[in-house]
Design a protein around this ligand. Structure first.
Ligand code: F6P
Ligand code: MG
Length: 433
């Protein structure tokens, strides 16, 4: 068996990992401290002295974390009482034994230390009493959603028209619809708040026009085999492993709706994060807030979908699942061994759709693969069910490209791997060890 490529790490000073740890993560941490500090009056009014003290402790915890990161200190054990603490601390021990020294920010695997940063942010919140359910990214996520209102309205108006036509049994080209909504959901992934270090990154252009204008920016287009797989299992269970809240979540909800309305799927299982993650990832609170906020608008389309989607949640054609595995530092090839219950759950699916960059990194183990390595090989045995990834590139790892393709795209755009302007739709329906 050939050995696996090295995990990406900030050890390589010309890498995006290095730039992220050196420059981007400290900015994200500073932004958290600012946001939390600005809550002080509200917190004092609501929770008095206890709240004020907890708020200070959170800010203190974040500053300490930023200092540890910037001075490349060793990774510390976690000290709160979340159910995942033992798993994190055992992994730290495993890594220390494996390498003979404790992991640290600039020397260890990027995936591990970046995930650890978000878990440490959560530790600061977990240690609280009255502020235990604070989401330090809530304000940014909600602002980005509200700033994308125009694009959301265009998408929902169009989707409502499609649903009404389907109900009237108009002759619609279902494959064309499927292709269109998959691409809307794909490009929805441009809008995450982690790549922009927490700064404004909402959808302002028309999401339907974008499908046309960005067609040539799809480096791998597996829509055909994806369509064949869905058709063959229709109507089956489709799982969507969500990524970001805001505009991207709305695109995912629309995709789910189209799959059900066209009878390509019989049920959808959404997977959300258990706590705030990589700035803009969807938690159950974000999911609920999104439906509530759409329901408060005057738009006919928004109200139409909120009613429909609430119905879907109660009749279980939509299910929202939360599992701690999505916020652990492991890649997905480790899922079967480390968390067989989630692996088993996913194996009930006819198709698993993984949204976004971080899910892609975890699918391929965040390793330094040659870009021409087949996608199936880079999954390293992970195959609970047929799966696909809808990902705008925001990290310097990519597999499944043709010979010479990476060089050609780099000539057009030197930043192609990290600026979110290029994307892949990769599909896999077989296990490769
Ligand atoms: O480096 C960009 C980054 O912060 C990555 O660390 C992470 O993979 C990604 O952004 C998050 O993007 P997405 O929301 O698409 O997973
Ligand atoms: Mg994300």
């Amino acid at each position: 068996m050939t050995s696996l490529p090295e995990p990406l790490s900030a050890k390589a000073t010309d890498s995006f990992a290095y730039y992220t740890i050196k420059d981007r993560l400290p900015v994200i941490l500073s932004k958290i401290a600012d946001t939390v500090y600005r809550l002080k009056n509200t917190v004092r009014e609501q929770h008095g002295e206890e709240g004020t003290k907890e708020l200070k402790d959170i800010v203190g915890g974040i500053s300490k974390l930023r200092n540890e990161l910037q001075t490349d200190k060793s990774i510390l054990t976690l000290e709160d009482d979340r159910s995942d603490v033992t798993t994190w601390n055992k992994y730290l021990e495993e890594q220390t034994t494996l390498h003979g020294y404790p992991p640290s920010w600039f020397k260890s695997a990027w995936l591990y230390v970046e995930c650890y940063m978000y878990r440490r942010v959560q530790e600061a919140v977990e240690k609280c009493n009255v502020l235990k359910s604070l989401d330090v990214f809530e304000e940014q996520k909600q602002k980005a959603f509200l700033n994308s209102q125009g694009a959301i309205l265009i998408l929902l108006n169009y989707s409502m028209k499609v649903i009404k036509d389907l109900e009237k049994e108009e002759e619609l080209d279902v494959e064309k619809l499927f292709r269109q909504f998959i691409q809307v959901a794909l490009w929805g992934n441009k809008c995450d708040l982690s790549i922009s270090a927490g700064f404004e990154n909402s959808q302002t252009s028309c999401p339907l026009d974008q499908v046309e204008t960005l067609k040539d920016h799809i480096l791998i287009d597996d829509l055909k085999p994806l369509w064949t797989c869905l058709r063959a299992s229709a109507p089956g269970r489709v799982d969507i492993v969500l990524d970001n809240a805001g505009f991207e979540l709305v695109t995912d909800l629309c995709l789910a709706e189209i799959l059900l309305s066209t009878k390509l799927a019989s049920s959808i299982h959404f997977h959300a994060k258990a706590f705030p993650w990589f700035v803009s990832d969807v938690t159950k609170q974000d999911f609920d807030w999104t439906l509530q906020t759409l329901g408060r608008s005057n738009s006919i389309a928004m109200n139409f979908f909120v009613q429909r989607w609430k119905g879907r949640l109660s009749n279980k054609s939509w299910n929202l699942q939360v599992h701690d595995y999505w916020t652990l530092p492991f890649d997905y090839s480790e899922m079967k061994m480390r968390c067989s219950d989630l692996h088993e759950e996913l194996s009930k699916s006819s198709l698993i759709v993984f949204k976004g960059d971080l899910n892609y990194r975890k699918l391929v183990g965040d390793r330094n693969w040659d870009t021409t390595t087949p996608f199936a090989e880079s999954l390293h045995g992970f195959h609970p069910a047929p799966l696909c990834t809808l990902r705008a590139l925001k990290a310097d790892v990519q597999t499944g490209l043709a010979e010479g393709q990476a060089k050609a795209v780099k000539e057009k755009d030197a930043e192609w791997m990290v600026n979110g302007n290029w994307a892949v739709i990769s599909f896999c329906d077989k296990t490769v060890q």
